[in-house]
Design a protein around this ligand. Structure first.
Ligand SMILES: C[S@@+](CC[C@H](N)C(=O)[O-])C[C@H]1O[C@@H](n2cnc3c(N)ncnc32)[C@H](O)[C@@H]1O
Length: 377
């Protein structure tokens, strides 16, 4: 559903990504609104180099497009929403420079506008990387909804940037103003982090925004014990690959397989790429795709898709992305191909999977998770 976002900078039609026919959620929140009102009332932005971090669906970038901001995000969907929302408002795409979360702007930054992300480690990484680019008179404004804004966000800004002052809450949103303290000496950047799966294998690399970056997720641990090993399958997809642990094991079990790693997080794909190379060497072949589920994949092009689906998108909890993954997996599998899925037992994935595939059986279960194998007819 397209909705109108009315702020002092203008009125903009905005949609979330992925697009849903009966979308109930807005493509912006009260923190975007608060931040834009603050900027209109208190900041002269003409001629300033503006960097925006973690814009949800482009509300900030679209509203500030006349100032040609740089928008940095770890989410492919967020970038895609920004592109589509610029086009929907007849704003040229080159008004906003979109950078992924591992890239840096080339020019020094005068104003840093931050949407506080769900994973604070991402913000910590971003502040480490961007601090050397902040001009001495740079002003930093962070914005978030009170209920999702962790106290540690304050501490992080104080530790890595300078003194902070909170705003009053407005419509359940809050701003944090930070000044640049030139005397802060940055501690070493803790990201990426590494953990070992076994003593023999190279450590697993995890960039800051990667799912379960400190240790192996318990669901993934269970799924690793129930992965397909089959001479009948050649083309595998690790869907929502995170750091790639599932796809790495698929490559070990099926040495002649073609594996595609897919995730919408740039940091996930960077981690999976590094982990694949360090395990199998630079000449080993696999494909790494940043994108939304399996959009753009040819129908009937895969034999086996393995998935540990996400249960939220940014701050919104729900199974809509999982459902989209299942539908697209069905289209991308060849007849006789298999989707193998792990889910929390209470999510009852088997009901939707059975409707979609017809043939769906439970392969394994423990107190918390169930693993399903669904065959495409
Ligand atoms: C529960 S994690 C699983 C990660 C990894 N496979 C594991 O088992 O540890 C789900 C993954 O799905 C990714 N994801 C979320 N939305 C996505 C989308 N629309 N398209 C592709 N991947 C997505 C997330 O970034 C995350 O890495």
């Amino acid at each position: 559903m397209e909705q109108e976002f009315s702020v002092p900078q203008g009125r903009f039609r905005l949609t979330r990504q992925p697009y849903r026919k009966n979308e109930l959620l807005q493509a912006w929140d009260a923190a975007d609104d608060y931040l834009l009102h603050h900027l209109a009332e208190h900041e002269a932005l003409a001629g300033k180099n503006i960097a925006i971090l973690n814009d949800s669906f482009g509300a900030l970038a679209v509203a500030l497009s006349e100032f040609r901001p740089t928008a940095i995000s770890d989410s492919w969907l967020s970038q895609q929403a920004t592109r589509e929302n610029l086009a929907a408002n007849a704003i040229a795409a080159d008004r906003v420079l979109l950078l992924d979360s591992l890239s840096l702007p080339s020019a020094p930054i005068d104003r840093l506008l931050v949407k506080v992300p769900k994973t604070l480690a991402l913000l910590e990484y971003q502040l480490h990387r961007l601090r050397p680019l902040l001009q001495p008179d740079c002003r930093i404004v962070a914005a978030g909804m009170v209920k999702t804004l962790p106290a540690n966000a304050w501490k992080l800004l104080e530790r890595l940037v300078g003194p902070t002052v909170p705003s009053l809450a407005r419509k359940k949103a809050r701003l944090i103003f930070a000044g640049f303290d030139p005397n802060i000496r940055l501690p070493p950047n803790p990201y990426p982090t590494y953990y070992r799966l076994t003593a023999e294998q190279p450590p697993i690399c995890n960039h800051a925004n990667v799912f379960s970056r400190e240790s192996l997720d318990i669901g993934a641990r269970f799924l690793l014990q129930h992965l397909p090993e089959s001479a009948l399958y050649r083309d595998f997809i690790d869907l929502g690959c995170g750091n790639g642990v599932i796809g790495l094991r698929l490559a070990e079990l099926n040495p002649d397989a073609n594996i595609v790693f897919v995730d919408e997080s740039f940091m996930a794909i960077a981690s999976a790429t590094e982990n694949f190379r360090s395990r199998f060497g630079d000449s080993a072949q696999a494909k790494f795709v940043v994108g939304d589920c399996l959009s753009g994949f040819a129908p009937a092009s895969a034999d086996c898709i393995v998935c540990n689906p996400p249960f939220h998108q940014q701050h919104a909890i729900g199974d809509h992305i999982a459902w989209r993954m299942f539908q697209q997996a069905h289209a991308v599998l060849r007849p006789g191909g298999e989707l193998r899925v792990i889910g929390n037992r209470h999510l009852n994935y088997h009901i939707t999977l059975k409707k979609l595939f017809g043939r769906c059986r439970q392969l394994a279960a423990n107190a918390k998770f169930a693993i399903f194998s669904c065959e495409k007819a």
